[in-house]
Write a protein that binds this ligand. Sequence first.
Ligand code: ADP
Length: 909
Amino acid sequence: MDKKLSFLSKILEVFVLCFLTVIIFLIVKAFIPSGDPGEANIGSFDSVPFNEGWMLETGSNTSPVTLPLKTDHKPGTVITIRNTLPGHISDGMTLMFRTSIEDIYIYIDGKLRESYTSTGFKRMPYHLPSAYVVTGLNNTDAGRSIEVRLTVKDKGVINEIRLSNGNNAWFKIIRDNIALTVIASIVSILGLITTALYLFFYKRAAVGKSVFYLGLLMTDMGLWSLSESRLRQIIFERPSLSTYFAYFSMELAGVLVCMFLNEVQAGKNHKRYLLLEALIALQIVVNVLLALTGVAELYQTLTFSHIWFIIGIILIIYNIITDIVRKQTGDYLFVLAGMAVFVLFVILELANFYINTFRSFGAYICTGLIFLLVFTLIQETDKIYNLRLEKSLSDAANEAKSAFLASMSHEIRTPINAVLGMNELILMESRDPDITEYAGNIETAGKSLMDIINDILDLSKIESGKLSIINSDYDPAFVINDACTMIEKRALEKGLSFNIHVDKELPSGLRGDGKRLRQILVNLLTNAVKYTEKGHVILTVNLIKTEGSKAYLNISVKDTGIGIRPEDHSKLFESFTRLDDPKTGNIEGTGLGLSIVSRLLDMMGSELELESIYGVGSDFYFNLTQEISDGIPIDDYEKHIALKRSEKKTDEYIYAPDIRILVIDDRPLNLAVVRGFLKRSGMTIDGASSGEEGIRLIRDNQYDMVFFDHMMPGPDGIETYKKCLNEKILSHDFPAVMMTANVTEGAGTEYLEAGFCDYISKPFSLDELTQILVKHLPKDKISFKSGDLEPSTFREETDLVDFSEGLKACMNDRSIYRTVIDEFLKEQNDVPLKEAYETKDRGKYRVAVHSLKAGAKYIGAKRLHDLAYDCEAALKRGDVDFVETNHLRLLGLYEDTVTVLKCNKDRQS
Ligand code: ADP
């Protein structure tokens, strides 16, 4: 069935194609005159040429001529042509004669019957438009003499004369000229549509301005063509005006072509085109002046415009060839093809004008323009398509960049967290002022590195829409205080005065994103201090009003620094952009701060504003609306802080010996940090290095709290927690805490939604960790103690084992270090060494000495390592003697090292 159907549809297709061919053939044939007298109603539309039998008289010369005719008489010469009218003339017949801007008088039987003359023609006395002159006849005119007297004006052309019934002669003229008129109308309408569409769409679709100029050019040339049309007597009520706009539109076309090409060639030849445009404009002005003063009429100076046309064509061809030679046409290949076609048509048009005297003009140019439009639109479509493609590629690249930045900064954050955590332990435990100072420096540098990474991460999160504002209750005074204490020290070190004005009416509790507000303040204050050399920095927090549960704040950070030039204001909020200002040359920065501030404010429904006088100072300010959570005014800001502080207990640490917690984290360092922080708490702290191990431990033990690291190889924190819930080894109300290096505040909600009771961002401080513990552990199992810390157990250093080196080789991870030591002690590395020595097996000896070398390095046994290293190197070069001499020494060193390790282990346990 299907086969039959498809066969039938094939047959129908062939039939349709054949039939269409026949129709086209018939249409073409219908345009070709047949000479068959039986064709249609030709008679009723008939007109006959009356071109034969004329005698041309000039002065005393008479000669027989056939019309139409081009004479070589000079303008101003009066010529006469005579003839005898046919014998059959009926009433209402007309004689139609086309003038070519000359005065004309038609006499029948010696009497003036019709005339067409500039006498009394007001607008421009010397100028007549070429037009058809229709002379009425009657039956008495049959066989009478006819005389046409012309004053040659321009080309010395005598056009054909037609005889017809009534106005029938028009039919032929219409048929001869209708195609051109239609093309000209189409071109002007297309031009208008193109221009309008460009104006409507250009911003949205990024269409090039070349389309605009082409639209104008088409409108202009279409109108020119209409004004040149032989039908203008029918189209226009005042055809004489059309000769003016014919002239002007032709001149304007030159300017528009230049503008169009300048756009197409992306301004490469702007100067040349501008020069040509200016010359054409100048020429128009001069010609108009000449016409107005009666010196020369516009049509007489038309030759000048043709000169510009030819110069223009040469220039265009030159520019295009230069581009081709320089291989710079890639951007406009399609337009180039269109231009080639267009220029060809322009040349045809010019040739038609000069060679073919009796034709009407514009058809070639109009056709060329339609081609040019098609090619230009293809070019623009191609460009828009490529732009879209590029944009989608760059969007993808941008997304990839954001994702890369996010994961990179995440990866970098994790080890820095550990470094900062370990460093905090050093700061807590060390009594040595030098060490404390170094650790202090590590803390400063580490934190500023962390700030930069956080900025990058923030920005990439904001850009990918992953950062959200998290509202919670906060004390604005503390947000201000936190931000200021971080900056004030820097200001004072620079000798700046640092002032804080906080409105006494400011509510002591607000609801909003306090952390982000602090970040905004820190960024603005940091900049203020950074870009101010002397004077002051003032932070002002004003309460504009309260309305219901809302507080309207105005916050301003003012400085007396270098200021910002007005032209730079708009560049401030671009990410990674720093101002090209000599004054900021030696000040470090990433150009991220303000763009983060402005985006955060945007997310909070506010906007960062700036008033700045270059060299005097800047004032960055914004309005912020927050919910009020505690309406009591803070009154005196300093006192408020002091009061709240005194309410907090200090110098205490959590003590909870009945508590057992589990930390699941693939990084042993993080476990070490938690253990270090909670060393005094008496808690039992277990560690699991993977989700699976964690699940096992949870199954086997009773924990009071479990910390899950988010990112882990194998099941991640969320998956591990979900498994625990599924296996029912943890209940939904069990305090499971997400421990994450993912700083995004938005991620917090994700964890809470997943069922975690809380989350803590790494690096966390002891305070933050304590807060979490206090919040979620049973109150009766917790108490607080105050007191000093015990000294570290990993202090000793002997000349056999350098523990700090060993710890370093184990990434400062004590548990790894301990395991390495255990393994080293278990392995009895001397056995294979002794065996190989006794059997004189060099290969085995080399293997044994190599593994001893590696193990020694990890435990920090430098002397043992060095000797093992030398022995291995000696064997490599075949120096057996060296091994012979040092074998016993090596065994001795090994034994001593083992002893030291064992002693130390005993002391630890
Ligand atoms: P960064 O300070 O890291 O360069 P920012 O985004 O914070 O980046 O600031 C962008 C630029 O704005 C700075 O490089 C600086 O030129 C200018 N700028 C910011 N704050 C101030 C200020 N308070 N006074 C003068 N210039 C400032």
